[in-house]
Design a protein around this ligand. Structure first.
Ligand code: ADP
Ligand code: ZN
Length: 437
């Protein structure tokens, strides 16, 4: 382990499997006990014949039914509260990427525990008091803003609450305050490289950037590499969701080989979304999370819809908390074209590997009579766009062939000018499905 990357909370980060399991058992019992004071769980426990006083721990957890996003949408959030509303000091909500937003309440202790988790993540990757941290995530109900903000302040770094968007201002802030670390949506980070170009600023030479935290949306290893290359930083994958407080659930350590799930605070399971049975060790499935760090609104066995797998083996960094692979996407992200299941991530992996591909792409699904068509719009680099037609043609052909061999469907590929596709300040929209129109 590199010397400079220390432990924020060595007592917890260095626990071995046996100690972690013991801690999980205890915190799980406390959580279930707390849950029994919420209207939702007290009636669920009664219905399922679960006696919180007799709840032992991990084995018994399997008897509690999964909680689905729909359950959170169908019930008022207050049904999940274990304490009076007056004890709550903060509310956040999901971005509503897949439908109606879900609301989560926090007590003061919950906010503290969450900030502590985020601080642990940031410290692990080398953030210190001497750093200048620019948070380029949306503030407000979205958890990416305040979640990281509290974490960075806890470490004592100078924190710039820049918020999302306003690209030129972001660059100016970096130059003015000597920003060393940023938190940014990966698709936006790539887009911002174009803004740097327009402004004639070289992010590698003219900024002090050394760390980027990237998360909130699925992204490929190639996208990470492009960010690292363009900015001259180490980019760390950050995973979280509002239902589990927000960022700080799983995070990459300096090894950058999978994300450690903080098992003192979460119980992670991976299930087959169709059978709801646990997948064999190491296989891909849907991540299910139970939070044990939140007292006001704890949730048990929440189905995240995010697809991942556990990585085998010990991490050389010395943390015993299990690691998950980068998220492939949500179960809802998958689309079916000509009978084939496709994830946007598979398309991204092909595109970003190729020289000449720029910083944005969009998948359009259309119905042409009775036939489904998949069209991939790809921004190319300025050099390719200004170059001769042959260069464009051969890139287009190459993309089409590589996509066909990856997804087994031949899409139409259209190369477009840099900066011409819609760019979101928040999570990127990768697929537009017009087949139902
Ligand atoms: P919404 O579910 O409405 O987007 P959130 O803002 O809470 O609400 O987003 C959480 C979701 O974002 C996760 O469930 C996951 O799908 C996605 N996400 C968060 N971090 C990552 C990451 N590092 N990699 C891939 N997907 C991520
Ligand atoms: Zn590690």
């Amino acid at each position: 382990m590199p010397q400079e990357h220390g432990y924020w909370d060595p007592a917890v980060e260095r626990l071995d499997r046996e100690e972690l399991t013991r801690l999980q058992e205890r915190r799980l019992r406390e959580t279930v006990e707390a849950c029994s004071r919420s209207p939702y769980y007290s009636s669920l426990f009664r219905r399922e014949g679960i006696d919180p006083a007799r709840f032992r721990g991990l084995e018994d957890l399997r008897r509690i039914p999964f909680l689905e996003k729909q359950d959170l949408r169908d019930n008022p959030p207050t049904y999940f509260l274990t304490l009076p509303l007056d004890d709550m000091i903060r509310v956040h909500s999901t971005s509503g990427t897949t439908g109606q937003a879900v609301v989560i309440f926090h007590t003061r202790e919950d906010i503290e525990a969450w900030a502590e988790l985020v601080a642990r993540c940031m410290y692990m990757t080398g953030l210190r008091r001497s750093d200048v941290f620019q948070n380029m995530m949306g503030y407000g109900l979205f958890t990416g803003g305040l979640g990281f903000h509290y974490g960075a302040e806890r470490i004592g770094a100078l924190t710039i609450p820049a918020g999302a968007g306003n690209s030129r201002r972001q660059v100016q802030l970096m130059l003015e305050f000597g920003t060393t670390a940023v938190h940014v949506i990966p698709s936006y980070a790539l887009y911002l490289t174009e803004v740097f170009k327009e402004m004639g600023v070289d992010p590698r030479r003219q900024t002090r950037l050394r760390i980027a935290y990237i998360g909130a949306e699925p992204h490929s290893e190639d996208l990470r590499r492009r960010i690292e290359e363009a900015y001259g930083v180490k980019a760390y994958n950050s995973y979280g969701l509002t239902e589990m407080s927000g960022p700080g659930v799983a995070f990459e350590c300096p090894e950058q080989e999978g994300m450690h799930v903080w098992e003192d605070s979460f119980v992670a399971e991976i299930i087959d979304p169709s059978t709801l049975e646990p997948v064999p060790e190491g296989e891909e499935g849907e991540l299910v999370l139970t939070c044990m760090h939140r007292r006001g609104m704890p949730l048990l066995r929440y189905r995240t819809r995010d697809l991942t797998r556990f990585l085998p083996g010990e991490c050389p960094c010395g943390r015993g908390h299990r690691r998950i692979a980068r998220i492939k996407g949500r179960t809802d992200d998958m689309f079916i074209i000509k009978g084939v299941n496709v994830f946007p991530m598979q398309v991204e992996q092909v595109l970003l590997r190729l020289l000449g591909v720029g910083s944005n792409y969009l998948i359009q699904l259309e119905r042409d009579g009775v036939r489904d068509e998949m069209r991939v719009l790809v921004e190319v680099t300025g050099e390719i766009w200004q170059g001769d037609v042959r260069g464009l043609r051969s890139l287009q052909k190459r993309i089409q062939e590589e996509l066909r061999s990856e997804i087994l469907v031949t899409p139409q590929v259209e190369l477009v000018e840099p900066g011409s596709l819609p760019q979101s300040e928040g999570k990127a929209v990768r697929v537009v499905d017009r087949r139902g129109d």
